[in-house]
Design a protein around this ligand. Structure first.
Ligand SMILES: *Cc1c(COP(=O)(O)O)cnc(C)c1O
Length: 710
């Protein structure tokens, strides 16, 4: 439904009557006409209702000032100004590049004017829709009849079956009509980068400040492999952030490369820190190359930016100092950095190209912008051999890509353009900051305990807050100045139990309890650490969702303070093991898990587990080949010391690999094993608290095994 807003409170008959006639004409053309009460109301309407496709007002009364206000909200929105013969045109109008159309107040002209407005609305929608999406919609509207794949034929096949019909009705016709085969020449090709697909990539590159962009329809998991495969030929050495996503471990299993690692820090809360500046310097890298059998000077480096917990790097430092010709920022979590000035200098595509270097940024569009799952982008600044790059791209791409994913990825870019996009990000940032302040306020007002926020004491300025070496709040020791910054939209809440120095206190509330409580209320926490919870304030989080979260947190506190039973407070957990949880109360459970944490010295163990790396005996690629050849056996977790791990072992949280294929846990890296054992033990004590650990196999008796090479 298209909406036209009319700002018209004149009480002047010769002006009002033509407007009434116009309203009737517009309505007959299918527009909804609304009357905001004043300018503020109109501006709010434009902000809150993206279906407004035009504004009508009286030029004698409002003119240029109002145009500017509208422009700040949506510079493309058609403005229809009515003027009488005496109206003057402001000469600055041309400077503003406004989309203004002028009409005169005259009776009997309504149909004509409405027709022009209809055209202007069409033109407006045409400008804001990106090229591929437009071509796809046009194709669907034409309703061509094809004899190609997909076999459902625009949904027809589903409707020939009872189960299929239910499925069809759920999604609705357009989902199927727009799922078309790749053999439509008018839509071009994702794999050949032709036609509207090519236009979409160019549009995305312009939007994200890249020289070249690619749409990837199988997530950043795939985008990372494309970039890595192209940049690191067999036999080369790669520099990999040890806090990497598992897709990069898979890259190293697929490609015959030798890894050396950037060593990030980690604080006592278990929050992943950044990679210190020294790790990017040639001396450090030379030393690591010298110490690693088979390693050469690396050609390719990959860094997770931002970290899972929302820390962004000063990327300028990395780009300038890191000597590898290919520098890849895995920015799966931050596809929005190009749309707010607070991220300037903290992302891959910031600034100009660096001669002799190629900078990549891979982003999961679907994670924090609005796109279908798996929508992802690769952005490139610098020169790459395009045909070869495309071979790597095609190697990882289906020959039947889902056009719905392509279109939604392109739409995500369209949404972020111009003033409407800037406002979306700004609103997310503002909402996250006010949520942070609200938690602080509730903490001050609360009797007894309340949640805390992991952030600087002063968050009044809207920016990414620097991790200052002089400050204590972040819990990192000996960090570099002007190096890492906290993204305001990644909100980490802290539960009681741990001091900022990482010492465990006498009593505590493990975050997993809060997380389970929220889950039962339909609020899914992004990540749960020992005493911290991560929430993402993406553009889809509106004020009501933020308030619901606040409410649920205060409810948790109330229920905890009342010491409700597990049965009442966490029914889903209770149902997992009714005998075990019968009669148990929340404070008892919280304290018991807290004491286990103390007993195992969790923070210290977690810190150490990631501090001493296991030893690389062979490359991940070589270990994987051994596994494929069947040279593996399963042994109990405790017998893993001294054996070469076949798999990557990766606990959630923190969601980064602890042991990579081909690595040996030695006596020096024994904390790795102790840490894993502790996670298993906590799960064994309390049903419902099992940690999800990739690479460990749970046996019927509750013990765990691992795969090692024979
Ligand atoms: C999620 C994630 C990926 C993978 O992205 P998908 O779009 O889920 O395939 C890669 N890297 C990092 C750092 C991630 O968090």
């Amino acid at each position: 439904m298209n909406i036209i807003a009319i700002l018209n409170h004149l009480g002047v008959f010769f002006k009002e009557e033509p407007i009434h006639q116009l309203q009737a004409s517009l309505e007959s053309k299918g527009f909804q006409v609304v009357y905001p009460v004043d300018v503020q109301d109109l501006l709010k309407l434009i902000e809150k209702n993206p279906r407004v496709t035009g504004v009508i007002f009286d030029w004698d009364k409002y003119s240029l000032g109002l145009c500017k206000e509208i422009h700040d909200r949506n510079e493309k929105l058609p403005i229809f100004a009515f003027a009488n013969d005496q109206s003057t045109l402001d000469i600055h109008l041309a400077d503003l590049r406004l989309n203004v159309h002028f009409f005169e107040y005259r009776l009997g002209m309504a149909d004509d004017i409405a027709l022009k407005m209809g055209q202007a609305t069409q033109d407006y929608q045409d400008t804001i829709l990106p090229p591929f999406t437009k071509a796809l919609f046009k194709y669907v509207e034409e309703g061509k009849y094809t004899f190609c794949t997909p076999g459902h034929m625009g949904g027809t096949a589903f409707q020939m079956s009872p189960a299929g019909s239910i499925f069809y009705d759920f999604y609705g016709p357009n989902a199927f009509k727009a799922d078309v085969s790749i053999s439509m020449p008018e839509l071009g090709s994702l794999l050949d980068h032709s036609g509207p697909h090519k236009e979409a990539e160019e549009y995305i590159a312009r939007t994200f400040n890249a020289d070249r962009s690619y749409i990837v329809t199988n997530g950043t998991s795939t985008a990372n492999k494309i970039v890595g495969m192209f940049s690191a030929p067999a036999g080369s050495t790669v520099l990999v952030d040890r806090n990497c996503h598992k897709s990069l471990t898979h890259l190293m299993m697929m490609s015959d490369v030798t890894p050396i690692y950037f060593r990030p820090t980690r604080n006592a809360y278990g929050i992943l820190g950044g990679i210190p500046q020294s790790e990017f310097l040639p001396e450090t890298i030379h030393a690591k190359v010298a110490a690693t059998p088979g390693a050469k000077m690396p050609r390719y480096a990959v860094i997770t930016n931002s970290t899972y917990d929302g820390l962004l790097y000063n990327t300028g430092f990395i780009k300038e100092n890191l000597e590898t010709p290919f520098i890849h920022f895995d920015s799966a979590w931050v596809p929005y950095t190009n749309f707010s000035p607070i991220y300037e200098g903290k992302c891959g595509m910031s600034g100009d190209a660096i001669p002799g270097k190629v900078v990549y940024e891979t982003q999961s569009t679907h994670k924090l912008l609005a796109a279908f799952s798996q929508g992802s982008m690769i952005h490139i600044k610098g020169e790459v051999e395009e045909e070869t790059f495309n071979e790597a791209f095609m190697m990882h791409t289906s020959t039947s890509p889902q056009y719905g994913i392509v279109a939604s990825t392109e739409i995500a870019a369209a949404m972020m353009r111009g003033n409407t996009g800037k406002r979306l990000i700004k609103d997310s940032i503002d909402r996250a900051i006010s949520f942070r302040k609200e938690i602080k306020y509730l903490r001050e007002q609360s009797e007894g305990w309340f949640f805390d926020v992991w952030q600087p004491d002063n968050i009044d300025s809207v920016e990414c807050w620097k991790l200052d070496p002089k400050d204590a709040w972040h819990g990192f020791k000996d960090i570099d100045d002007n190096h890492m910054y906290l993204d305001p939209i990644k909100v980490t809440l802290l539960t009681p139990g741990m001091g900022s120095d990482g010492q465990l206190l006498g009593s505590g509330i493990p975050a997993s309890l809060v997380s389970k409580f929220l889950d039962e209320r339909g609020i899914v926490v992004e990540k749960t650490g020992p005493y911290n919870l991560l929430f993402l304030f993406s553009i889809g989080i509106d004020q009501s969702k933020a308030m619901q979260l606040l409410r649920a947190l205060t409810e948790f506190k109330r229920a905890y303070d009342l010491n409700l039973s597990i049965k009442k407070m966490l029914p889903a957990l209770y149902n997992e093991a009714p005998h075990f949880y019968e009669g148990m109360r929340i404070q008892e459970l919280a304290q018991a898990i807290h004491e286990l944490t103390i007993k195992y010295r969790l923070p210290e163990l977690m810190f150490k587990a990631f501090d001493v790396l296991p030893e690389m005996k062979m490359t991940p690629h070589a270990a994987w080949q051994q596994e494929l050849a069947g040279n593996v056996e399963e042994v109990p977790l405790q017998q893993m010391v001294g054996r070469v791990s076949a798999n990557m072992i990766l606990p959630y949280p923190p969601g980064v690999p602890l042991v990579l294929p081909g690595e040996v846990v030695t006596d020096a890296s024994r904390p790795v094993l102790d840490f894993l054992q502790m996670l298993c033990d906590i799960g064994a004590h309390y049903p419902g608290f099992e940690t999800d650990i990739h690479g460990l196999y749970r046996q019927a008796d509750g013990s765990y095994t691992v795969k090692v090479l024979r």
